[in-house]
Design a protein around this ligand. Structure first.
Ligand code: NAD
Length: 437
């Protein structure tokens, strides 16, 4: 099939490459010339494991191309909308200008029978509104919403082997011709038994925001327990292990730490609350305000702990922050708790050096006032305290004896509770975790 992917960021670039890998002829369209020229040269414009290799592999087949020109959508039968839906400035709601613009710009290039498939995360009701607009000029074009559940850092395998496919279509009928078309797009994962759920449009939109809200709630739940553990002298990692053994609860997403960030969870739960308010159902989601508040409190807590670790004042303290990305295996720094903590420490008088294996370039664009150092070894030198804030493998693997040779004071705050506290203490370090005695 010939497929268009509009918006080639973290979601769209991976989706385009994976659709080509599945055998389709794909054109990726983005307004950002820099991204399009990188992708055209088979180079990912951001770090995602396996994406560079996949781009090279599929571009050699001639099935994948990129363009800034929406006219290249002409001739495709399926058009995926993968543009951003960031938080509006100064408001909780989602900014839908990109989704609206992409849809509007696509309309002149559609043919009867074409299928528009939204993958961006949107407030419930958006798909029906867009379907109405599309129908006015292109009555024979179908609209579906097919939310995306990929995880950055695993995006290629999550796209090629999704754990479920959700198809939203007006009326929710499995018999709709558009369902058969999307089945052809996803023929390979469907053949291997990927569950496929056909729903109406609002349910499909809600599946995504509900899933993200659940995950955010789980993280904030364990972080609230970490606050309690701190107050009571208990250990949140043992608590998580113990409650996680109950398979109704599960151990995943129960790691207490500096909280969630990134380009999805924070803005998605806020947009969800805003949309619930518009629908007159705001009471149903007031708990998400608490989830958000617990999450943001983690950042303040880490700054407080860092101050304690530095003997009561941050002024002039040389602090090395290990990790800038919002999670390991990604260079994404959108709403990264690590960077936000680094910036707060700097504002309070610390001399902060940030290091990260992949995200320094993005971090420097967001927070140019911070000092960045590529080499971990150099970053450790003469530090008065270390803060481990993104759990990259190389930080998990740090040897406390070797590290102590570089720093000026052996103090570490493990913001992800991933280090072996006893090992670090045995090597002479003052070790602090979150919610751990
Ligand atoms: P992103 O900012 O990385 O990418 C968005 C891209 O859309 C940018 O490259 C931008 O230039 C492009 N764009 C904007 N307007 C356009 C237009 N009119 N025409 C063509 N291109 C346009 O964002 P992302 O992380 O890829 O997220 C995209 C959507 O997918 C969001 O709704 C997000 O919530 C959702 N999502 C993201 C992830 C993820 O892990 N990143 C996972 C699931 C869902």
């Amino acid at each position: 099939m010939r497929i268009t992917v509009i918006g080639c960021g973290y979601l769209g670039a991976v989706h385009a490459a994976c659709m080509a890998k599945l055998g389709h002829e794909v054109v990726g369209i983005d307004v950002d010339e820099r991204k399009v020229s990188a992708l055209s040269a088979a180079s990912a414009p951001f770090f995602e494991p396996g994406l560079d290799a996949l781009l090279k592999e599929v571009q050699e087949t001639g099935r994948l191309s990129f363009s800034t020109d929406m006219a290249s959508a002409k001739g495709s039968s399926v058009h995926f909308i993968c543009v951003g839906t960031p938080q509006k400035k100064g408001e909780n709601g989602a900014d839908l200008t990109y989704v609206d613009a992409a849809t509007r710009d696509l309309l002149p290039y559609l043919s009867p029978g074409d299928l528009i498939v939204g993958k961006s995360t949107v407030p419930v009701g958006t798909a029906a509104r867009l379907a109405g607009i599309i129908e006015q000029t292109q009555p024979a074009v179908h609209t579906m919403w097919n939310p995306e559940f990929l995880r950055e850092g695993h995006a290629v395998s999550d796209t090629l082997h999704p754990d479920r496919l959700v198809y939203g279509i007006a009326g929710g009928s499995e018999e709709h011709i558009a369902v058969q078309v999307l089945d052809r797009v996803y023929a390979t994962p469907l053949e291997t038994g990927t569950p496929r759920l056909v729903t109406d449009l609002p349910t499909a939109e809600l599946v995504k925001t509900a899933a993200n809200s659940f995950l955010a709630t789980k993280i904030s739940f364990i972080n609230a327990m970490a606050e309690l553990c701190d107050a009571a002298g208990a250990d949140v990692t043992m608590l998580a292990d113990a409650i996680g053994l109950d398979d109704r609860i599960g151990r995943k997403f129960l790691n207490a730490g500096i909280g969630f960030g990134g380009g999805c969870l924070p803005k998605d739960i806020r947009a969800f609350m805003a949309r619930a308010g518009e629908l007159g159902a705001d009471q149903a989601l007031t708990f998400l305000r608490e989830v958000d508040a617990i999450n943001m409190r983690r950042r303040t807590r880490v700054v407080e702990l860092a101050r304690e670790l530095c003997g009561g004042s941050l002024l002039g303290q040389r602090i090395t922050v290990l990790g800038a990305a919002f999670k390991p295996e990604s260079d994404d720094v959108r709403d990264s708790p690590a960077l936000s903590i680094a910036a707060q420490l700097q504002l309070q008088g610390a001399v902060v050096t940030v290091t990260d294996p992949k995200a320094l370039h993005n971090a420097a664009r967001r927070f140019p006032e911070l000092h960045y150092e590529e080499s971990t070894e150099v970053a450790l030198q003469r530090a008065d305290a270390l803060l481990l804030l993104t759990e990259w493998q190389e930080y998990r693997d740090l040897d406390p004896y070797e590290a102590s040779a570089f720093v000026s004071s052996s103090k570490i705050l493990d913001g992800r509770n991933i280090l072996d506290a006893s090992k670090w203490r045995a090597a002479g370090w003052t070790y602090r975790g979150l919610g751990r005695p």
